[in-house]
Design a protein around this ligand. Sequence first.
Ligand SMILES: [Zn+2]
Length: 72
Amino acid sequence: MQELRYKTVGGAIVTIADDPQATRLAPIARAKCGGCRDFTHDYADEPDGGMRRLKKWASDHAAACRALPQSA
Ligand SMILES: [Zn+2]
């Protein structure tokens, strides 16, 4: 999937991308904050379910997280 990125108020990036443990039978995506390292998982193959929840989490987190970006 194409990565989605949200910039937090602290200047870090929340990225939605394929989860490293995703499989063909269990396509899951992960939203992860590059500042505080908080993250969540949901189903990548549900545009109105999992992906909508991930986008909401990422956008809410980006609006609230003040952690500074960390190097990978
Ligand atoms: Zn964060």
